[in-house]
Design a protein around this ligand. Structure first.
Ligand SMILES: [Zn+2]
Length: 302
């Protein structure tokens, strides 16, 4: 049933989609055991380290194109019709790489895929406002060419949203949508702050479950949470699978979509997330269909 649903994937990082086999192709010196060990985390900081490690193997446009090709094949195989894929443009700049040639090759890959794709350019919170502005400019220059949103991700505790008010303002004026990773490792106040700065969707946002007023606000303003269950378990954002608040958030009437976040790094798929929601949290076929429809309803595609 899950496979037959036409799905949209709205919370998905290109760099987190690199399967161990693809990493070996990019760096033949690696071993499978090494990669698998890197893809297990003690905590959120450990995950961020591994994410950085993966990006260290993406040396230029060709490498990005290869991982995009593999990702698009896997999305098509899961009956994903539309995807908003996040690129950590902030990491590309931080590594001193050029974003332009990478993006052109990504567009070439998309042109060959049956999956309709739009892009979200993500800045790294802990690097601060200046580098984030550079990412927002890259995004603003590509609103006509497939970039629909600007986002921030990374370490919430070491990069509070309020640093980015001017960046968000610029992005909004440039015609970009805004999505913010918040309420993942930091509490509801981080989500409130993201909303204050104009976030239209929240990446994760699961800590909203601790704040009934916030749940009401999200429901009433029709702001969707991008929920990634396996991710939250793998990074320790929730203590255990059965402690995940997805059902509570859903019951509160907050619109949700399901996402795989970093599928290779969390050993999951979008279909796997739907199946998990059904198996562990009792989501019915009808509810899953509604969630799949949300993927298209809350898309940023114009
Ligand atoms: Zn994410």
């Amino acid at each position: 049933m899950v496979h037959d649903l036409e799905k949209a994937e709205l919370h998905l990082h290109l760099e987190g989609s690199v399967e161990p086999e693809t990493l070996l192709e990019l760096d033949p010196k690696l071993t499978l055991e090494e990669v698998r060990a890197r893809y297990r985390y003690e905590d959120f900081a450990g995950f961020i380290e591994s994410f950085k490690w993966v990006t260290g193997h993406l040396r230029g446009p060709r490498d990005y194109a290869l991982v995009a090709r593999r990702l698009l094949e896997r999305l098509a195989a899961q009956n994903v019709r539309y995807a908003e894929i996040t690129i950590s443009a902030g990491v590309i700049l931080w590594r001193g790489q050029q974003f332009g040639p990478v993006y052109e090759m990504l567009l070439d890959e998309v042109a060959r895929s049956p999956v309709e794709v739009r892009w979200v350019l993500d800045a790294v919170r802990q690097l601060g406002a200046e580098p984030a502005m550079a990412v927002a400019r890259l995004a603003a220059n590509r609103v006509e060419r497939g970039v629909v949103a600007f986002g921030i991700g990374g370490d919430e505790a070491r990069g509070p949203v309020e640093w980015f008010d001017k960046v968000f303002e610029f992005a909004r004026r440039s015609g970009l949508h805004l999505t913010v990773h918040a309420g993942e490792t930091v509490g509801p106040e981080s989500v409130w702050e993201a909303l204050r700065l104009g976030a239209e969707r929240i990446g994760h946002g699961i800590r909203a479950a601790e704040d009934p007023m916030l749940l009401d606000w999200l429901r009433d303003r029709d702001i969707a949470l991008e929920i990634c269950i396996s991710s939250n378990v793998a990074t320790g954002a929730v203590a255990a699978l059965d402690r995940h608040p997805v059902r509570r958030i859903f019951e509160a009437g907050v619109p949700i979509v399901l996402g795989s976040d970093d599928p290779a790094m969390f050993q999951t798929t979008l279909e796997g997330e739907y199946e998990l929601a059904a198996r562990e949290f009792g989501f019915s076929e009808k509810e899953l269909r509604g969630i799949a429809e949300n993927g298209f309803r809350y898309a940023f595609k114009r």
